[in-house]
Design a binder for this molecule. Structure first.
Ligand code: KG4
Ligand code: ZN
Length: 336
């Protein structure tokens, strides 16, 4: 089955054609640059960029897959969570394709899409497993009992992990998006330069909180002289990254032990982080846990993961009606 995936939930306009649920024929991602100078995504600008980009991006995805619209058997699109104006662009265009081509529309939860990036990359990974979905907009600890069967074990109570990376990079003048910038410079810094707070929250909690850490870095930096900051910028970045990684790794492993599962997967933009991947591998090995993560292009927002999730649902006879609405705070529930 050839599925066209469309993803416009934030600042990436993406389209992809996936064959049979796991063969990526094309995966086009247009990352909007217009936000860089603001140090964060400006929702109205994102919507306008999606309007400009969605048709060329879809055409490019079809072209690279060597497929015509007439050959597509279903269109899968992110309906939420995300920015409402951005979601509506992808959703409206997908509905137009579904209606005109007389093919099913499959609305996909963006978080479920991120989990499918792991299924795409590792076709043999079999649930149950614990998945850390960590990106600029969400930080969720999910028990994947099966494809389409999820239990939300924990989530952030304030900032998402990627958001903390972006904000700390801004304070350190390392540019936007902050995650890749901090990842890049940190190996040259001392990760034990300063011990920033780790928020583990109540005993047994799988929730996260990164806003205190972000504020601690901002206060620490505000007390440094210009010269001190110049000399230790990279040490502060590495120390911050270590604090985030410590919490993510510890909670992820504890979640596996609590669920008595031997597999842990990463997903979302922050899953690209090299220090996180390394530390998780090291700690998981001690507990004899297997670690999975998608290749970098499938970690950050893309439409191949949406098409793969769409294939799964459509092959089980689940499709959406044309009155499907954008749901900015859509939650991932069992049997989604
Ligand atoms: O999944 P994604 O593309 O978009 C959302 O759904 O939010 O994730 C983007 C986020 C940004 O906050 C970015 O700073 C972060 O992922 N990110 C990283 C890395 N690459 C991207 N964070 C840490 N290390 C990285 N290498
Ligand atoms: Zn995402």
């Amino acid at each position: 089955m050839l599925i066209l995936g469309i993803e416009t939930s934030c600042d990436e306009t993406a389209a992809s054609v996936v064959n049979g649920g796991n063969e990526i024929l094309s995966n086009v991602v247009y990352s909007q640059m217009v936000h860089d100078k603001y140090g964060g995504v400006v929702p109205e600008l994102a919507s306008r960029e999606h309007i400009r980009a969605v048709v060329p991006v879809v055409n490019q995805a079809l072209g690279q897959a060597n497929a015509s619209l007439a050959e597509i058997e279903g269109v899968a699109v992110t309906y939420g969570p995300g920015l409402v104006g951005s979601l509506l662009i992808g959703l409206s265009y997908s509905k137009a394709i579904s209606y005109s081509q007389e093919i099913p529309l499959i609305g996909i939860n963006h978080i479920e899409g991120h989990i499918f990036a792991d299924f795409l990359e590792h076709p043999k990974i079999s649930p149950p497993f614990v998945c850390l979905v960590i990106s600029g907009g969400h930080s969720n600890l999910i028990y994947v009992a099966g494809k389409g069967d999820y239990e939300l074990m924990g989530q952030t109570r304030d900032d998402a992990a990627g958001e903390a990376f972006d904000k700390v990079a801004k304070v350190l003048n390392l540019g936007y998006p902050g995650g890749p910038a901090i990842d890049e410079v940190s190996p040259k810094g001392k990760s034990d330069f300063f011990k920033f707070p780790r928020a583990y929250l109540e005993e047994g909690s799988f929730d996260f909180s990164f806003s205190g850490l972000k504020t601690a870095v901002a206060i620490y930096v505000s007390r440094l002289s210009e010269e001190e900051l110049e000399n230790h910028r990279i040490d502060v970045a590495a120390s911050f990254q270590e604090a985030v990684v410590d919490v993510l790794v510890e909670k992820g492993i504890q979640a596996c032990l609590a669920k008595d599962t031997s597999k842990i997967a990463l997903a979302g933009g922050v899953a690209r982080n090299r220090r996180l991947r390394k530390r998780l591998r090291e700690e998981a090995e001690k507990q004899r846990l297997e670690v999975f993560y998608p290749s970098p292009i499938l970690c950050t927002d893309n439409a191949a993961m949406i098409a793969a999730a769409g294939d799964f649902h459509l092959s089980r006879g689940r499709a959406s009606n044309l009155d499907l609405n954008a749901v900015p705070h859509a939650s991932l529930t069992a049997g989604n």
